[in-house]
Design a protein around this ligand. Structure first.
Ligand code: SF4
Length: 368
């Protein structure tokens, strides 16, 4: 079956392996030894694929001018799915890369039909979370699409000259005028850091979820076409698997009962985790006899993505689950407790940053 990736859709990709064959995304394995430091997202293949990430890492090791750019569409409150990207950025900043984050407010307005006020409020929330999670506000650049400089907008106009409708349809499927502009704006986001006015970075890495690959394919094609005229090079990228919502589908702010939001209160977190879809059996007796299925379990995913960074601990839980030595009710209570601890500390830092007005000091907030 052919997979169509839709950056604006709500879906889960079940078979990540197919992406290697169909779209030419490389498995992450060969790039991992080039990482100057380990990170469990890579070791556990949560980050599973890439395009030219090995070359980007080599450039980083060679001391070349490299940067990381990724975006957030401010169309809802920030949840654990977004936190995955923030954690990747924190790690890449720790490796020494310059990090820039785009708040795609123009896209959220055009494609998700939000009001300007909403897009800006959600954008500020995302930036605050990024800083609270550990991104250095003095070293990270944040910008809203609608508060950019002329050179950036000029890129969008220029790119429109060298793409055809047939190409856009081949990459995105059904596409509206709003989505065409959003795609070219994304290409400008991904490629503008290479312009002298924006730092002249040689190599830009874009860490994203697998559904965003169409934007990368378009940007790489555009970079080839503007290599001579603007000196653009193909961006590198890596892709992570989605953390699932507690109903087993992709975590999304449009399904709030099944998403863990970073500002959820402890009682809400506990309630959500206790009703999460697991890989448990119908009865306690069956579970003791046959064991659970962690691969199907959204609670196990919470441990794998955030709660147990120690591989030994994770392996122990896996073993206890498949051997029927732990039951889901007990395990959910442990997961909920750990998640509450993690997010209570994060919320404390979030509150401090809000009170200090840090975002307003470092980011140009667009007027409504
Ligand atoms: S015991 Fe834990 S990991 Fe295993 S299926 Fe139940 S909730 Fe999931």
């Amino acid at each position: 079956m052919t997979i169509r990736l839709d950056p604006w859709g709500h879906f889960a990709i079940e078979e990540y392996d197919k992406l290697f064959k169909q779209f030419g995304i490389e498995p992450i394995d060969k790039a991992i030894p080039l990482l100057p430091k380990k990170h469990y997202f890579f070791d556990r293949k949560i980050v599973f694929g890439h395009r030219d990430f090995d070359k980007w890492l080599q450039a980083l090791r060679n001391g070349e001018k490299v940067a990381v750019l990724t975006g957030f569409m401010p169309s809802g409150h920030t949840h654990l799915g977004h936190l995955m990207v923030i954690e990747e950025l924190r790690f890449l900043q720790e490796l020494g890369a310059h990090v820039k984050i785009v708040i795609a407010d123009a896209e959220a307005y055009a494609v998700r039909k939000l009001s300007r006020e909403e897009t800006i409020e959600y954008g500020i929330e995302y930036i605050t979370h990024a800083i609270a999670w550990g991104l250095d506000p003095e070293k990270t650049e944040f910008y809203f699409q609608t508060a950019q400089k002329t050179e950036y907008y000029r890129l969008i106009q220029m790119f429109s000259r060298k793409v055809s409708m047939a190409e856009m349809e081949a990459i995105y499927g059904d596409i509206s005028p709003g989505k065409i502009i959003a795609s070219l704006t994304q290409a400008a986001d991904i490629l503008h850091l290479q312009l002298p006015e924006y730092g002249g970075y040689k190599y830009v890495l874009v860490p994203v979820g697998a559904d965003q690959d169409p934007h990368l394919r378009l940007s790489r094609d555009i970079a080839d076409r503007f290599h001579t005229e603007l000196g653009l090079n193909r961006p590198a990228s890596f892709y992570h698997k989605f953390i699932r919502g507690l109903d087993g589908n992709k975590m999304s702010s449009s399904k709030p009962d099944y998403a863990i939001f970073l500002l959820d209160k402890p009682d809400i977190i506990k309630k959500k985790v206790m009703m999460a879809l697991t890989g448990g059996r119908a009865t306690a007796e069956e579970q003791r006899r046959y064991g659970g299925i962690p691969e199907k379990c959204t609670v196990y995913e919470l441990y794998m993505y955030f709660l147990y960074k120690d591989d030994q601990k994770l392996y122990k839980l896996y073993k206890e689950c498949v051997e029927g030595k732990i039951l889901c009710g007990e395990d959910k209570r442990i997961a909920a407790k750990l998640l509450v601890e993690m997010l209570t500390e994060h919320q404390r830092r979030y509150k401090e940053i809000m009170e200090e007005g840090i975002v307003q000091k470092i980011v140009k907030i667009p007027a409504f």
